[in-house]
Design a binder for this molecule. Structure first.
Ligand SMILES: C[S@@+](CC[C@H](N)C(=O)[O-])C[C@H]1O[C@@H](n2cnc3c(N)ncnc32)[C@H](O)[C@@H]1O
Length: 219
């Protein structure tokens, strides 16, 4: 079935179902497929440092679609999810015409689960590659046109990641788009001064989201 038609059917279907029904259906579907994109994991269970990390909770797929629907995505565009966890957001991004939807994840357990999930769904690694690394030291950013964040880490890490994105634009000048869902550290982007907020909204629970652009530096 063509992707646009699938999107329309999904929208009509979800109108009649509550969030709880949707969550139950999703868990049931995951069991059937032998994947786990949605079960949350605490910082303690993951053995992460609370000063540098947030827990794993999956993006709300419907809210993420509302954000992605606002973008004009070219088939050459590539998106990186900073703190991709088990890959819930990457799975939703796969419904859009990105050349690839990759993730970087600190927790080895979550990175392994994400890889397993996409392997089970027979998604090739050229379409979804999971890098296990601290986002602050992951600097292979030059091929990405879009960056996604869903409350992955605190301000101290966010500022380093912003500096890494800026360094990437200096190395390889291009316009980029940042989608930031549950944007608790939005001040770090606003303080930078060069990001332009092109859209903002909130999900059903009041978590704020921003779409920002950053233009190629002038030479
Ligand atoms: C709220 S979850 C978001 C998951 C996924 N992006 C999504 O939207 O479904 C935040 C994720 O960031 C990861 N994370 C936390 N600190 C990190 C860091 N310093 N570098 C990379 N990933 C990190 C956590 O392990 C967790 O999986």
């Amino acid at each position: 079935m063509p992707k646009p038609l699938r999107g329309v059917i999904r929208k009509q279907f979800t109108r009649f179902l509550s969030a709880t029904h949707m969550a139950r259906l999703e868990t049931w579907g995951e069991r059937l497929l032998g994947v786990d994109f949605t079960q949350p994991m605490s910082i303690d269970a993951l053995g992460l440092d609370a000063a540098r990390s947030e827990k794993y909770t999956p993006s709300d797929a419907q809210h993420l679609r509302e954000l992605l629907d606002r973008l004009t995505i070219r088939p050459t565009d590539r998106i990186l999810d900073f703190g991709c966890g088990k890959g819930r957001a990457l799975r939703t991004m796969g419904e859009y015409p990105f050349a690839s939807t990759d993730g970087v994840e600190l927790s080895p357990v979550l990175a392994a689960t994400a890889r397993q999930n996409f392997a089970r769904l027979r998604v090739p690694t050229r379409k979804v590659e999971i890098h296990q690394s601290d986002a602050a030291v992951f600097t292979a950013l030059d091929t990405y046109t879009h960056f996604y964040l869903y409350n992955p880490f605190p301000d101290v890490v966010m500022r380093v990641v912003i500096a890494n994105i800026r360094a990437s634009l200096t190395r390889r000048p291009r316009d980029i788009t940042v989608i930031y869902y549950n944007a608790l550290c939005i001040d770090a982007f606003l303080a930078d001064g060069d990001f332009t907020v092109v859209y903002q909204s909130a999900d059903a629970e009041g978590n704020r989201s921003f779409i920002m652009t950053l233009a190629a530096p002038k030479s």
